[in-house]
Structures are given as C-alpha cells and as structure tokens.
Design a protein around this ligand. Sequence first.
Ligand code: ATP
Length: 356
Amino acid sequence: LTATTAPRRGAAITARGLSKSFQGTTVLHPTELHVPAGEILVLLGPSGCGKTTLLRLIAGLERPDGPDMLRFDGEDVSEVPVERRNVGMVFQSYALFPNMTVAENVAYGLKVRGMAPAERRMEAARLLALVGLEEHADKRITAISGGQRQRCALARALAIKPRVLLLDEPLAALDAVLRERLRAEIGLLLREFGITAVYVTHDQAEAMAIGDRIAVMQAGRIAQIDRPEVIYHRPMTDFVADFVGTMNRLTGPVRNGRLILDRDGTRADLPAGGPDREATICFRPEAARLQERPDQGDILARITAVTFFGATQRLLAEVAGQILRLDLPSKLAFSPGQLAAFDIEGNALLEFPRTA
Ligand code: ATP
C-alpha cells in the first residue's frame, strides 16, 4: 500500500451504558464494550437479539436512550452525527448505485469529499485491485455477480479510510461457496488494513473464521465476549454452548466427585468434582476417544445411528436413556445396536451454573 491508500490506523471503540428501547421494549440493555484498535469484533446471536441495534448505535444511525458514553480513540463521539463519525458501513444489501460503474461506486465517497477526478480514479483503481475487481472497473453494477458486488461495497466503504468499519451480515445474500471464500478474504483484508471492525452475523462458522473476538448476544445483552477458541471450548452458559457448536449433556447423581449412570447395559463414570448433587456434565462431540475394551473408558454407550461426514462420522449414542452425539474418525467401524466404550478428554468436561 502506498501512503495515499494506507488508511490511518483503526480507532479503539469504547462504549459504556449504551442502551436502546423501541416503544417501551428494551432491545439493548446497558452495554459495555471495548474494541481495541485494529480488532475485528464479531457480534453473534439469534435473530432479534440486538446485534444490528448495537451496530447502528456505534454508527450514529440510532440515538441511545439514556446517559451513555461512546468514544473513538478516547474522543467522545456520542454527539457527533453519523456523517462525521468517519465510519464505513457494509450491509447485506449492497446499497450500490446501479446507474454507476464499479469504479464510480468506489470513488463516490471521495467525490463527495472533494477529491479531484484524476486522484480519485487512481484511488478507486488501487482499491479495486485490492478486492480483485480491477478487470470489472468499468462495468455497471448490474453486470457483476453478487460476490463481486459485495467486494465492491467493501472497497467503497474502505475508500473513505474509515476509523471504524461496521459490517451487518455482509455475506448473507451469497451462496455457501462464495460466502466461505469471501469470509476468508474479508478477514485478511481487514487485518491488512489494520482497521477496527464490528461485524454482525448469526452464522457461527463465519464468526469463528473472521473474529479476533466474538461477542455472543442473547436478548439484548452480551452473554460472553472472548476469543473464538474460548467461546467454543469454555462457554460460560448453556446458551453460549448451544449457540456455538453442538454440546452433549449427561445428567445424573454425583457421588464422591463422580457422575455415575448405570442402566440397560450402558454406563457412565465421569469426574465431576465438588459435593454430592444432581449435575449435568457437558462435552463437545469430538472429545470422545474409542476404547479397545468395553470394560474400559468413561462411558459405555449403545450406538443408535451412524452418519458419514467424510473425514469424520457422527454417532448417535445412548447412555442411560440420554442421547449423545460423538464425532469419530470415519476409518473406525461402528454399527447401530453395538455397545462401544469411550473416554472423554478430561479437560473437555464442563458444568454450567444452574440457571433455574
Ligand atoms: P437480525 O439478525 O434478525 O437482524 P438483530 O439481532 O440484528 O436481528 P435488531 O435488528 O437489533 O436484532 O433488533 C432487535 C429488536 O429490536 C427486534 O425485536 C426488532 O424487532 C426491534 N427493533 C429494531 N429496530 C426497531 C425499530 N426501529 N422500531 C421498533 N423495533 C425495532
């Protein structure tokens, strides 16, 4: 990147007490957030949990309810109107101008800012090269594909060298193959630019692939915010555990620190720690290891179904009337009805605080 295209470094975002209600219904409870400069933060959660609302508050498209604080690099922007916050935005619907060419779309923000024609043509060309659209510069928007439009929208947002880039489900309209390719490209591009980005999605695979950190949102609150590995391996609540990946649960009595089940020829004996109680112990499907002998292992399960996934296979297995999902290498042979013994990796076992 040359000096002219190199954006200034992204700004750190700090928010405190950011909240929003519509017609008396709170859709975002007072929220604290710190996004360090250059970080890609993904807001992940089910439909209606408040992701877009939080994004629009950061952009200045929405006014927060109460006393609040929103800073970009320490500068209070809560009273700064949207057009002066210097945020770039990329939405699911590309919002490109259909009567302009690809290059004209990218240069639009520069034109508005008064940049001379020759200079903005050069600038647009550089950005189009960056997103791999240089050959399409003179085509009309209507003559390029969905994925190309999305990259054009990204180039246009980056052209104004925003301090903060906000993306709301930018890949939702694309087919699965394109989505997977673009999510890798967008992640790389944003990191190359050192831009601070807040990226909204309800797709957990996209969140894992793109985010430096993920904020999992539930009913207007951030349920957990952390690096993708931590969200996956150390979810703090049942909600986070279930929203990101598949989680197995075995419920039963804990005696002398072990969860014990024994019924219908199946059994479980798992370390649970703590006092005697009724407990639910959780683990991910890939934490199971096949044991040679049925009298070994943490669980003895009855296989009820086998689904081939390529490198792995997913077993449905029953222990004391409870159904588990176990992912094992495909080269191992299982058949429905058989009993099989498994160890569960000790550090994969989780127990969540009771919410009821
Ligand atoms: P999705 O993934 O479906 O876009 P989201 O997590 O982005 O969901 P928001 O768009 O932030 O959710 O909406 C949160 C809640 O606020 C929803 O119940 C929505 O209906 C409501 N809401 C959003 N904007 C408005 C508005 N302008 N007027 C009234 N209600 C609104």
